[in-house]
Design a binder for this molecule. Structure first.
Ligand SMILES: O=C(O)CC1=CCC(=O)O1
Length: 269
């Protein structure tokens, strides 16, 4: 396990396959998850990339940090971590709120970003009312009280079978996130609108979505791809909001093909 003190917050991170000659690929997680969600993708990519994983503040083994949070705070943490690791010019793959963090990182520190993989995300997710209702529910009755509703967004019915032990494990992952970190990140999502940033993204970008995503559905992700100059768009079949867990092989293929294009220096059509 690796930890760094970034912006007065202890951040849990991991580097896999670090070597200066390899392209750097950084993964940012979604709300209510930690970096273990990427496992089945990174086992397929390790060897070809230097991979950076981390738990954003308020999640996993990272500290809570000062409240309230904004998406910019999360992006400043990621920038601090990449500076600490002397990483520049990385491909940033962000899932959901991780995708908002990636867009904000690009806005603040374009020197760190070579390309963007925006997975099941948008410049704005949900409404103020929906986030306020979720925060109130979690503060009143805990994350357990929303787990069934969230799992319907995260995973397809085929994955949500009770006999699927992985499904139980991901329920545990959500329930065990710190309540304060979870609700503070909900508030950061509520307050974020990166539409103007997205319109000005000038690095190669791909927007990817699970065909059954219940949080950022395909129409929203397609409209995001249309907003970002020259962005590509790909749909992963038989996946909800977290294709890296449900369809890691298909997602890895899309990621690898996109990075090949980026490394060859081609513009997306
Ligand atoms: O919990 C959800 O509804 C899914 C989600 C929204 C933003 C995020 O990061 O995950």
């Amino acid at each position: 396990m690796q930890f760094a003190r970034i912006n007065d917050v202890t951040i849990h991170y991991q580097i896999i396959g670090g070597s200066p000659d390899k392209p750097v690929l950084v993964f940012a997680n979604s709300l209510g998850t930690d970096f273990r969600i990427w496992r089945d993708v990174i086992v397929r990519l390790a060897g070809d990339f230097a991979i950076v994983l981390y738990d954003k503040r308020g999640h996993g083994l990272s500290d809570l940090g000062q409240m309230p949070y904004s998406i910019e705070d999360h992006a400043t943490d990621l920038a601090g971590l990449l500076d600490f690791l002397s990483v520049k010019d990385a491909v940033i793959c962000g899932l959901s709120v991780g995708g908002l963090i990636a867009q904000s990182l690009y806005q603040r520190r374009p020197d760190l970003v070579r390309a963007l993989i925006l997975c099941d995300t948008a410049p704005k997710i949900g409404t103020a009312d929906s986030w306020n209702a979720r925060i109130a529910q979690v503060e009143a009755a805990g994350i357990e009280s929303i787990v069934d509703a969230i799992m319907e967004r995260w995973f397809t019915p085929a994955f949500r079978r009770p006999e699927n032990t992985a499904f139980g494990g991901y329920c545990n992952m959500l329930i065990r996130q710190p309540v304060a970190g979870y609700t503070a990140t909900c508030a950061a999502l509520r307050d974020a609108d990166l539409t103007e940033t997205a319109k000005r993204i000038a690095v190669p970008t791909i927007c990817i979505v699970g065909d059954q995503d219940g949080s950022t559905p395909p129409e929203l992700v397609l409209s995001t791809a249309k907003l970002i100059p020259n962005a590509r768009y790909e749909v992963i079949k038989d996946a909800g909001h977290i294709p890296c867990v449900e369809q890691p092989e298909a997602l890895t293929e899309v990621i690898r093909a996109f990075i090949d294009v980026v490394l060859r220096g081609e513009q997306a059509p």
